[in-house]
Design a protein around this ligand. Structure first.
Ligand code: NAD
Length: 355
């Protein structure tokens, strides 16, 4: 298995280093060989090559079976030409690889329950939701769009569009993901108002015929937002369009209260997926051995599960992370009274030990 590693900027290198140690150890344990190659993206690529996404990086990613990314950006590049900002590297590589599905699990480890923003009785029921967001269609890309004037005043619009094939392929990703979890998919739309949502719902129902072992339900997006904070335990996989998914995935992640703990995956068809923590490059703590590497380590688990179908290996990493939390190890972002304060490397050591 070939993995292209893009550490990026800020804490990127520190967290990726720990994740790679975990990958190597899992490989040894299960007799798997992972070949890794590194490439530049974001601010470090701008410094070295003058662009946030060099052609060599694109080629190395396309040649790999999966991509592991740290984070990009930082104050050093905040004032440069917007056309070559570090974030352009991220959007560019997602586009190059045609990654249309974004998987964002929001999982609250019981050891970190105190960090959750919800009431303890709600938290007690558990929080383990996977939001599958369509990433390359919908209102963010739909044509026509307009920003101008009409009838003597400012006027603008965007268009929410979905083709059947776009809905079908994201529904497939959600059903497949549900098979690896609790087997339930809730499709979120606004079919009571939007025509595009009625098409969405019809196609999801049709695709479900190929996944009769998975339970399918439907919910309007306004209700889904409410249910997510009222009782998230009712959800397993949520599948939805680009706009609704953007909002719901952030809400689901935020309520866990631990940004340094959450991984993500962006998947396409016939191209390598990108696996990365949801947090940024944390320039305020970069180079100080303070970063929490667990989101990146859990991104490796997602990579093994979704890119390589290595369920046992992925489970093993997730259990090692859980045990590490159980033993009280805490980086600054998740530190609580009584916890064992550790840095990035020591947290990595503890996970390795538990593997
Ligand atoms: P951020 O996620 O980098 O940091 C927000 C806060 O969370 C900071 O206080 C930071 O110290 C803390 N934090 C984040 N990850 C942590 C970790 N692993 N361990 C411990 N603490 C952690 O968001 P920001 O400050 O808004 O953005 C900083 C830079 O990152 C910006 O340049 C932004 O554009 C970029 N960014 C990149 C990505 C990405 O690469 N996917 C995502 C978001 C932001």
């Amino acid at each position: 298995m070939k993995i292209c590693v893009l550490p990026g900027d800020g804490i990127g290198q520190e967290i990726v280093d720990q994740a790679l140690r975990v990958l190597e150890k899992v490989g040894e344990k299960f007799g798997q060989t992972f070949e890794t190659t590194e490439a530049l993206i974001g601010g470090c690529a701008i410094d070295a090559e003058g662009v946030p996404l060099p052609a060599e990086t694109i080629a190395k990613c396309k040649d790999a079976d999966a991509v592991l990314l740290g984070a990009v950006g930082g104050p050093k590049w905040d004032t440069i030409d917007p056309a070559i900002r570090p974030e352009k590297g991220l959007l560019g590589i997602r586009k190059e690889l045609n990654l249309f599905a974004n998987l964002r699990p929001a999982n609250l480890f019981k050891q970190l329950a105190d960090a959750c923003y919800l009431r303890p009785d709600i938290v007690a029921r558990g929080l383990d939701v996977m939001v599958v967001r369509e990433l390359t269609g919908g209102i963010y890309f739909g044509e026509p769009r307009f920003d101008g004037e009409k009838d003597g005043e400012r006027f603008g619009y965007n268009t929410m569009t979905y083709y059947e094939h776009e809905i079908r392929r994201i529904a497939k990703v959600a059903f497949e993901a549900a098979r690896k979890r609790s087997g339930r998919v809730c499709s979120v739309d606004k079919a009571n108002v939007l025509d595009v949502s009625r098409v969405w719902r019809e196609i999801v129902i049709d695709e479900h015929k190929n996944y009769s072992d998975v339970e399918l339900s439907h919910m309007y997006v306004d209700n889904a937002a409410m249910q997510l904070v009222r009782d998230p335990s009712q959800f397993d996989v949520i599948v939805t369009g680009n706009l609704f998914g953007d909002i719901l995935s952030d809400a689901a992640a935020a309520i866990t209260g631990s940004i340094g703990m959450l991984p993500s995956a962006s998947l396409g068809e016939g191209n390598p997926g990108i696996f990365e923590p949801i947090h940024g490059s944390a320039p305020d703590i970069a180079g100080q051995d303070k970063a929490n590497p667990l989101a990146t380590i859990l991104s490796v688990a997602m990579m093994l599960r979704h890119a390589f179908d290595m369920t046992d290996e992925a489970d093993c990493i997730e259990q090692a992370v859980e045990k590490t939390l159980e033993q009280g190890y805490r980086t600054g972002d998740i530190w609580q009274e009584g916890g064992k304060a550790v840095g990035c490397v020591e947290m990595g050591n503890a996970v390795l030990e538990n593997l």
